[in-house]
Design a protein around this ligand. Structure first.
Ligand code: ZN
Length: 358
């Protein structure tokens, strides 16, 4: 295994990273826009801001619109249906056959409490995502990239990961999912989620081979990485992350199968429905009082963690997009996903891949 490969990528990402830029995103989402509950004015402004930012960095941008109705008991007068969006920015390397890498973060805020500014959860995740998008699009010419990179800001995560569910399945029927997300009994909730996943099929033409999620950058020193999928796939990714983290405290949680309740965020559908390896990064909040509350303010975000997060996202995006892909399609038959074929990376090859070096 050669180190020069990620050293080059890390150096370039470090050189391009802008603290000012990342902070500007964070500040704008939290203080200028404020609460971004699905369907609200803030939600729409955040969607526009994210799309505009991605466009200004040279990515091609697409919006996925979807609607859902709040359960009866939650409807205010007059009952209104909610329309929201996923915002997708594409770094196009003109290479489709090896699939794509997807990275995402939800931009909506918790809807049950008024005035939830959602700084750590998840404006900071979106800020890191936007900065990673800017950096990677600038690096396209520096490396031989074999996969397009998709940056997705998901809507309606706080209502039960609706945006990612829609993105992965193309299904606009959220009834069961809304019901499941509002179930208090955790065992029952897990069962309902598994049921929904079992009944769902991936949307036609989806070609994302990895999904990396960023959800919550709190004021704490510890970086957590949750991984679901074939744990062998994690080895290469782990070494890349550790290299960027340096001496910082971190923990990896590896699971063969997604448990939607382990840490429910947008990554779970990628694994439960689509079967690809899915990661979720977070730096948990220090105090539980800050979580989903009006106290989730700008000062709760650790700016160093924000910087490292943007760098990890950018470095992984480049490394995975460079990935040397095994020649053959490996056919994998899983219980929930019979007959689907996936292209797998050999992560050792990925890290040792010299041919795309720049
Ligand atoms: Zn969140």
């Amino acid at each position: 295994m050669k180190n020069c490969e990620y050293d080059t990528v890390i150096t370039k990402v470090n050189n391009l990273f802008s603290k000012k830029n990342t902070l500007r995103h964070l500040r704008h989402l939290v203080e200028d826009i404020g609460p971004r509950a699905s369907g609200s004015e803030g939600d729409r402004r955040a969607k526009d801001y994210i799309a505009e930012s991605l466009r200004s960095y040279g990515l091609s941008v697409a919006l996925e619109a979807f609607e859902f109705a709040l359960p009866e008991v939650e409807k205010t007068e007059p009952p209104t249906d909610i329309e929201t969006f996923n915002v997708i920015g594409l770094v196009n390397v003109n290479e489709q056959k090896h699939g794509e890498i997807a990275l995402g973060a939800h931009y909506d805020t918790y809807w049950k409490v008024p005035n939830c500014p959602g700084a750590t959860d998840n404006a900071a995740g979106v800020a890191a995502l936007l900065e990673a998008a800017r950096i990677t699009n600038q690096l396209v010419g520096d490396f031989t990239l074999r996969r397009n990179i998709k940056y997705i800001a998901f809507g309606a995560e706080e209502h039960g990961q609706l945006g990612s569910y829609y993105h992965v399945t193309g299904k606009k029927d959220f009834g069961k999912l809304l019901e499941a997300s509002r179930t208090d009994d955790t065992n029952q909730k897990a069962e309902l989620y598994q049921q929904i996943a079992k009944e769902a099929k991936p949307v036609e033409g989806i070609s994302e081979r990895y999904y990396i999620n960023m959800d919550s950058i709190g004021n704490t020193g510890k970086f957590l990485c949750l991984f679901i999928g074939d744990v062998k796939e994690l080895e290469g990714i782990k070494s890349v992350i550790c290299k960027v983290l340096g001496e910082r405290e971190h923990s990896f949680f590896e699971h063969e199968r997604a448990n939607p309740l382990e840490y429910g965020s947008d990554h779970v559908w990628y694994n439960l429905i689509y079967g690809v390896p899915a990661l979720c990064f977070l730096w948990p909040v220090k105090s539980k009082n800050d979580y989903h509350s009006s106290m989730d303010t700008l000062d709760k975000v650790n700016l160093e963690s924000l910087e490292i997060s943007a760098k990890i996202l950018a470095v992984l995006a480049i490394m995975l997009a460079k990935g040397k892909v095994q020649r053959e399609w490996k056919k994998r038959v899983t219980e929930r996903h019979k007959g689907a074929s996936y292209l797998f990376l050999d992560n050792k090859q990925l890290i040792g891949d010299e041919s795309g070096g720049g």
